[in-house]
Design a protein around this ligand. Structure first.
Ligand code: F0G
Length: 483
C-alpha cells in the first residue's frame, strides 16, 4: 500500500490482507541449532524444516495463497487431457502476456531445459543481464557459454541506480558485432527482478532498447518472468513514465517487447508450476514435441489441475498493485532497519528478499573460505532463521578446476510474500545486529563434500576452527537462557 501516511511520521508498510490460517513455529535452543547446522554440513539447504524457525531460504513455492486461489483449487477440472483448468490458465496468460501459445511445465528450470534443447547448439553464446543458477546449468549442459553484460552498477552494492538489472546496451552492441556473423547468438535472455544480484529490477526502457537491437540483428529476446511481480512494482514506483499506468498495462507493454516469456509459477503466481508463452509457430511446434516427453501431457505439463487453477488466479492477482506491493515494501523496511544499524546490505532494496553483503560483513574471512556460507550458518545459529548462500558456493569451478570466486558474496533472506509479520522481521534484524557486533567470532569453511554440478544444493562444508562453539558461548553470555 503506497498512498498512506502515519501520524507519527514513520513509514511502515501496511498489509492489505488479513491472516486466515496459520502454521505453528518452534524456535529450538541454540545448542540444538548448532547441532542441526553441523549435521547439515553447514548448508542451509540440508537443514530439516523442523529445526528452522523462520524459513527465509527462498520465496519459491512458499508464498501465502489467497482465499480466492484456495477456492479455485476446489474447482479444478481433474483430467489428463483437455482440462478446463488448463484453458483457464492459458486464457489468463494470454491476457497478461498477449502471446498466442502457452506450453505448461512443472517449474521454471523445466522451461529452461526445453528452451535450451530447442534453441541452443553447442558453441553458442547467450548474452544476458545476469545468470540464475539453473539457467546457467541448463545452457551449459547444452554446450553454450553465457555472457553476462549488466551495467557496471549491477555490482555496486550501495548504488543509487534504481534499475541495476539493466543490460549494458553498448556491450550488447559489441557482442552482436563480434559474434553474430558466425550465428553464435540464438537469443538474448533478460531476467526480471535479477535474482543473484539482489532481486534488482530491469527498466521497461532497457527491455525496449534490447528488443530493438535484437530485431535489427534478427536475434530472439527471451524473458525470464519468474520474478516479474516485484519488477512490475518497481517500474510503476520508480519510473515516472509509468506511475499512472496500471500494472496490467505495464505487463502488456513488457510482453510486446519480448519474443518468448518463461516463468516459474513457484514465484510468479503465488503457487507452483511454470510455463512458456510465445507467438512463433515453428518454435512452438518444436517445444510442443518435448512437453509430453519430459513434463506431461500438453494440458498439464507436470502441474496438477489444482495448481493450474491457483496459478491462474495468482497471475490475475499479480495485476493488483496492492497485492504486489507487500513484498518489496517489507523488504525495503528490513533493508532500511539494517542500514540504520550500520550493517552492509544491498541497496537500493530489491524484490524477493533482503540481501546481506557478506564480503563487507566478514572482511577478515578469505575469499576462498566461503564468506556467504559462513554468515548464513552463523545467522542460523544465532536466530534459527534460514537464509541462502548466494556467493562462491553457488558458483561452478573454472574450466581449469580452480575455485571461481563469486563477483559478489551475498546472504539472501527471502521474504516469501504475505508470510512473515513485522515482529518476526524485527527479530531477525535484532539477531543480525548482534552478529555484526560479534562478527570477528565468525570464521571460514572448507569443502567436506563437493558435488560437480549445482553444488550449493547438496555440498557440505566444515569449519576451519571451533568458531561456531565460540559463537554459541558468546550468545549465552549475552542472552542468558533466551532462545
Ligand atoms: N529463473 C529465476 C529468475 C529463478 O529465480 C528461478 C528459481 C528459476 C528461474 C528456476 O525456477 O525453481 O521453478 O525451477 N529460483 C528459486 C530461488 C529456486 O530460490 O531463487 P524453478
Amino acid at each position: 500500500m503506497n498512498n498512506l501516511k502515519f501520524f507519527c511520521g514513520e513509514g511502515l508498510p501496511l498489509e492489505m490482507h488479513k491472516v486466515k490460517i496459520v502454521q505453528k513455529l518452534e524456535l529450538k535452543p541454540i545448542d540444538k541449532r548448532l547441532e542441526a547446522i553441523q549435521e547439515a554440513g553447514n548448508n542451509t539447504f540440508l537443514l530439516k524444516n523442523r529445526d528452522v524457525f523462520l524459513d527465509m531460504l527462498t520465496d519459491s513455492g512458499v508464498n501465502a495463497m489467497s482465499t480466492v486461489q484456495q477456492s479455485a483449487m476446489l474447482n479444478a477440472d481433474d483430467s489428463y487431457a483437455g482440462s478446463e483448468s488448463f484453458f483457464r490458465l492459458e486464457a489468463e496468460l494470454q491476457r497478461v502476456f498477449r502471446k498466442k501459445y502457452f506450453l505448461p511445465a512443472h517449474q521454471g528450470r523445466a522451461c529452461e531445459h526445453l528452451l535450451s534443447r530447442v534453441l541452443i547448439k553447442s558453441g553458442d553464446i547467450i548474452p544476458m543481464n545476469y545468470h540464475f543458477t539453473t539457467t546457467k546449468a541448463h545452457f551449459r549442459l547444452q554446450g553454450a557459454e553465457i555472457l553476462e553484460i549488466p551495467t557496471d552498477e549491477a555490482f555496486n552494492l550501495n548504488s543509487k541506480c534504481l534499475f541495476k538489472g539493466n543490460i549494458d546496451i553498448e556491450k550488447l552492441k559489441e557482442t552482436f558485432e563480434r559474434h553474430n556473423k558466425d550465428k553464435k547468438i540464438p537469443f538474448v535472455r533478460i531476467e526480471a527482478g535479477t535474482n543473484l544480484i539482489g532481486g534488482q529490477p530491469v527498466s521497461l526502457q532497457n527491455i525496449k532498447d534490447v528488443y530493438a537491437l535484437c530485431k535489427q540483428h534478427n536475434i530472439l529476446l527471451v524473458f525470464d518472468a519468474s520474478l516479474l511481480q516485484d519488477n512490475l512494482f518497481f517500474i510503476k514506483t520508480r519510473d515516472e513514465n509509468y506511475k499512472n499506468k496500471s500494472v496490467l498495462e505495464i505487463c502488456n507493454e513488457i510482453a510486446e517487447n519480448v519474443d518468448i516469456i518463461y516463468f516459474s509459477a513457484r514465484k510468479l503466481g503465488y503457487a507452483r508450476g511454470g510455463g512458456i508463452c510465445l507467438n512463433d509457430k515453428a518454435i512452438f511446434e518444436k517445444l510442443r514435441e518435448l512437453v509430453p516427453l519430459f513434463e506431461g501431457f500438453l494440458t498439464y505439463g507436470g502441474m496438477s489441475d489444482k495448481e493450474m487453477e491457483a496459478v491462474a488466479v495468482g497471475i490475475r492477482e499479480t495485476m493488483d498493485f496492492d497485492t504486489i506491493s507487500q513484498g518489496p515494501q517489507f523488504i525495503k523496511f528490513m533493508t532500511n532497519e539494517l542500514i540504520k544499524a550500520g550493517i552492509p546490505v544491498v541497496s537500493p532494496s530489491g524484490g524477493l528478499g533482503c540481501h546481506l553483503n557478506a564480503r563487507e560483513f566478514l572482511p577478515h574471512i578469505k575469499e576462498d573460505e566461503f564468506q556467504s556460507a559462513a554468515l548464513t550458518a552463523a545467522l542460523y545459529i544465532a536466530s534459527g532463521a534460514r537464509g541462502m548462500e548466494r556467493g562462491t558456493m553457488a558458483e561452478e569451478r573454472n574450466a581449469d578446476g580452480s575455485e571461481r570466486i563469486a563477483a559478489i558474496e551475498l546472504v539472501r533472506l527471502a521474504l516469501p510474500r504475505r508470510v512473515f509479520t513485522m515482529s518476526q522481521i524485527k527479530y531477525v534484524v535484532d539477531r543480525i545486529t548482534w552478529l555484526y557486533k560479534n562478527r570477528e567470532l565468525i570464521g571460514g569453511f572448507r569443502w567436506k563434500e563437493e558435488p560437480k554440478i549445482l553444488r550449493f544444493f547438496l555440498g557440505r562444508l566444515e569449519p576451519l576452527s571451533d568458531w561456531q562453539e565460540k559463537l554459541v558461548a558468546k550468545f549465552k553470555e549475552d542472552f542468558g537462557d533466551s532462545l
